[in-house]
Design a protein around this ligand. Structure first.
Ligand SMILES: Cc1cc2nc3c(=O)[nH]c(=O)nc-3n(C[C@H](O)[C@H](O)[C@H](O)COP(=O)(O)OP(=O)(O)OC[C@H]3O[C@@H](n4cnc5c(N)ncnc54)[C@H](O)[C@@H]3O)c2cc1C
Length: 579
């Protein structure tokens, strides 16, 4: 295999502000495309980068913002999936562990090791349930996992991770050691198991970086948000620009349906009805509870709740992320209900009964639908988390084949995209020229790994741009080596911290608007920054950010107010924010 082609600089003008007019003009001037990818979640984004790498011309369209569906609703774990061993998903676990390790080195700015603690309350419980599931008894309900089951599972997990895994191996603490280490831990505990997985601190940004990388790798690929696939006409796929309402058509040789929970809806629009998805919804809460955050000691607690479901919580910049539920749903979109809030808060008490948690501490909540393969008669926890790629042959009305990217984990997006690209290349009769295994993503490129290297990198950047080192450290933490692009932009004008949220600055927000395909205020609040997730999106904050975005993106009169009203409404309704 050749080395991958060198990327063009992401600061170059063509990646700046993909305005409405520009994207409509691009689609109009490219009415035919080899591959049309529908959906800009992690699977679509991963595939666009693979196709760019192989020199295939491709267009990705996303009806909302990139990474706003299932890919934004996860527990933010980059993990092998210890639990899937019970379901005998060895292939998936081995692949996920390999991809976890690749992401630790290809995206070190966002993917970091996460110590995981499992409190164990019994010696042999879960044995029957795990064994029943292991031998293929599909209806077996998950239950508490005791020391024996967890020890066996972790042994297998470490073995599947291989000797070259960069993360430390499992360790067990006795009851006495565990209670000394975690004083708030439930005194009924018998032992704790500790192992390592990884966490992605900002999945929305990592997904966007894949798209920016794809566009800078090849001029033959483009990704447009707020562009919905509506249907078919004369063998063309009809697109609707959601911001202007304009309609366009493209004629693809091949379509990849990467619409996650919406896959069946999209296939129906393409006149090829399917029943591929059987989604389950999962909710998460972000709590402002300093006592709970401190009690986690920077580790993730991963435990069996009273009903046998796995729950988890870990600290997130001083707050606590708590999840998750697993409830079958018919629709591709779902909301976190009051019952789920009660269920999740109650779960904390299984681990730390002496720490009080309450709904008043919730600063943000989110919910999404897992695009799992349709199955009948399985408990949600037993449905396969592996990916598959069903193929639909061309027909008279839809004269192109359709691949549907069903399921998969965030963790395994690269492997899934690589496998899909290989099938596409075969279909198009093209050779496979490059491989993305060692390809760093976005701000993970040329990443200075050690503290010494980081210090030198920041010093050189400070000298070049005149931006203070403390400020650069903040940008580096947020954007990895893309901090250099941000700093170059910031240095080009008068900057100041935002009045309402001084951790961000005026020119930083401008940079995000111009360089990162921002179309709406919500894109900035929920996905380009962590203002929403951290519960910092007050009315004052979103108003100040809206004013900057409106000026930079040239929003017409009245649009700023509309954006504020819409974003505030959605923050209240979908995320439980007190805006
Ligand atoms: C609660 C929960 C917890 C999870 N936790 C983890 C975890 O910790 N670790 C992990 O590895 N995985 C996790 N996952 C799984 C993982 O997040 C998903 O499997 C993955 O994100 C699916 O990505 P996708 O790109 O297929 O779907 P999506 O991200 O949903 O992307 C599909 C996109 O298609 C777009 N679309 C739909 N219809 C159209 C149309 N007509 N035209 C254009 N675009 C359209 C949608 O707007 C959407 O953005 C979790 C998932 C959930 C829901």
């Amino acid at each position: 295999m050749d080395n991958p082609p060198a990327s063009r600089s992401v600061t170059s003008q063509e990646n700046f502000a993909s305005s409405n007019l520009e994207r409509l003009a691009w689609i109009e001037s490219h009415p035919e495309v080899s591959v049309l990818i529908i959906g800009g979640g992690i699977n679509g984004a991963g595939l666009l980068r693979e196709l760019a790498l192989q020199g295939v011309d491709a267009l990705l369209v996303e009806k909302s913002d990139f990474c706003s569906g299932a890919s934004a609703a996860g527990s933010r774990l980059i993990h092998g999936g210890l639990r899937y061993l019970e379901n005998r998903e060895f292939r998936l676990v081995r692949e996920a562990l390999r991809e976890r390790n690749l992401l630790l080195s290809n995206a070190p700015h966002y993917v970091r090791p996460l110590p995981v603690v499992m409190p164990l309350f019994d010696r042999f419980s879960g044995l029957w349930s795990a064994a029943a599931s292991f031998v293929g008894f599909a209806a077996a309900q998950p239950s508490q996992r005791g020391t024996f089951v967890v020890k066996t599972g972790l042994m297998l997990y470490d073995w599947l991770a291989g000797r070259s895994s960069p993360l430390p191996r499992r360790r067990f603490l006795s009851r006495r050691q565990a209670l000394a280490t975690y004083p708030h831990l439930n005194p009924c505990v018998r032992a704790t198991a500790r192992f390592y997985d990884a966490q992605v601190s900002h999945p929305e940004r990592l997904c966007l970086e894949l798209l920016l990388d794809a566009e800078s790798l090849s001029p033959k690929v483009r990704a447009f948000n707020y562009t919905r696939v509506e249907g078919l006409a004369d063998g063309c796929v009809l697109l609707r620009d959601e911001l202007s309402g304009r309609r366009l058509a493209v004629r693809p040789r091949l379509v990849v349906n990467a619409a996650g929970p919406w896959i069946d809806q999209v296939n129906a629009r393409l006149n090829r009805p399917t029943r591929l998805i059987g989604g389950t919804k999962g909710s998460h809460l972000v709590l402002a509870n300093p006592e709970l955050a401190a009690a986690t000691r920077g580790e993730m607690f991963f435990f069996t709740n009273r009903d046998g479901r796995i729950c988890l919580f870990y600290s997130l910049d001083g707050k606590v992320l708590l999840g998750t539920t697993d409830i079958p749903v018919e629709e591709p979109e779902a909301e976190c209900t009051p019952e789920e809030v009660v269920y999740l808060l109650d779960a904390v008490r299984v681990v730390f009964p002496s720490i009080s948690v309450s709904a008043s501490e919730i600063v943000f909540r989110f919910c999404g639908v897992r695009p799992l393969p349709f199955t009948e008669g399985l408990a949600p926890g037993r449905i396969s988390r592996d990916h598959r790629l069903p193929f639909i042959s061309p027909s008279q009305t839809s004269p192109f084949p359709i691949f549907s990217m069903v399921g998969g984990k965030w963790t395994t997006f690269r492997a899934f995209a690589e496998q899909t690209a290989t099938r596409i290349l075969t279909e198009l009769g093209r050779p496979c020229r490059h491989n993305s295994r060692g390809l760093a993503i976005g701000g993970g490129k040329q990443y200075p790994a050690t503290p010494m290297e980081q210090k030198a990198w920041l010093a050189a950047l400070s000298e070049r741009t005149g931006v203070a080192r403390d400020r650069l450290s903040e940008l580096f933490e947020r954007y990895g080596t893309r901090a250099a692009e941000a700093a170059n932009y910031i240095a080009g004008g008068v900057d100041r911290p935002l009045d309402s949220s001084p951790r961000y600055s005026l020119r930083e927000i401008e940079f995000l608007c111009l360089a990162e395909k921002v179309q709406t205020l919500e894109d900035l609040i929920l996905r380009r920054t962590l203002l929403g997730l951290h519960g910092e999106a007050s009315l004052t904050v979103i108003s100040e950010v809206a004013a900057i975005a409106g000026r930079v993106l040239g929003w017409p009169a009245g649009r700023i107010e509309d954006e504020i009203t819409r974003t505030a409404g959605r923050l209240r309704a979908l995320h439980g924010c007190a805006v």
